[in-house]
Unconditional design. Structure first.
Length: 244
């Protein structure tokens, strides 16, 4: 059943390149204002915005409330809007359904008024890990299989990957409280509250912090990141605490 009334959207086209897991991309849509009210974005959090959801093949939400993109101009009734919007692909790679919609911020999605969102089945591919760089100081030795596990996490969609730190011969000393959160053990933690120490980063990311003299990355710009306590780096000597 077609919507009618002040806010009616009729989606026409969607143009996009290949989606890589976790990567921010721009797509282009065309949509007609088929209602009786003008569309406009009135501020940072007011008015209509382009946005999206990622659903599974049955239509269940995987990522709800995607990035907001303000309308670049007022769209009068009967006019067509062709515009880019930013969206971040979901993690991990796989088959998804992309649903693009307009949202009246803090009020409703147009699909809740009877409009059909623009939906497409999409295959999200593994993220390209070819540009990954590992930031290790002298005397730091990754455990066997560390690089392979890190690469797999990058391909899963994470731009920044870090793990735990141990001192050769045993646990870290009590005199190193800054490294206490990085004790080995545990598993994956995508909301780790500390910088990633001795990280592997996809370009153009660079270390932007230090922890106990070690290169570190404080996540920023909403790039997806992962801490995995099973990824162990052994510090061979105190002299190796300099950034390489």
């Amino acid at each position: 059943m077609s919507a009618s009334g002040p806010l009616v959207a009729r989606w026409r086209t969607l143009e996009h390149a290949t989606f890589q897991a976790g990567v921010l991309r721009h797509v282009t849509v065309e949509v007609e204002n088929a209602g009786s009210a003008a569309w406009r974005t009135r501020g940072a959090e007011e008015g209509l915005f382009l946005s999206y959801h990622w659903l599974d093949e049955r239509g269940n939400p995987i990522v709800w409330d995607g990035w907001r993109t303000p309308l670049e101009r007022t769209v009068e009734p009967g006019e067509m809007l062709r515009q880019e919007l930013a969206l971040r692909a979901p993690i991990p790679p796989g088959a998804y359904r992309l649903a693009i919609d307009l949202v009246e911020e803090h009020r409703f999605w147009l699909s809740e008024l009877g409009n059909e969102p623009l939906e497409r089945d999409v295959q999200v591919v593994a993220r390209d890990a070819g540009a990954a760089r590992v930031f290790l100081p002298e005397g730091a030795e990754p455990a066997p299989g560390w690089l392979e596990r890190v690469r797999a996490l990058h391909e899963e969609g994470y731009a920044a990957v870090g793990g735990s730190v141990e001192r050769e011969g045993g646990p870290l000393r009590r005199s190193e409280p800054a490294l206490a959160p990085y004790a080995s053990g545990g598993g994956r933690h995508p909301r780790f509250p500390h910088p990633l120490v001795c990280p592997s980063l996809l370009a153009p990311l660079e270390p932007n912090a230090e922890v106990a003299g070690l290169p570190a990355y404080q996540p920023e710009d909403e790039e997806p990141y992962m801490f995995d306590g099973r990824l162990v780096i052994t510090l061979r000597s105190r002299s190796g605490r300099r950034r390489s």
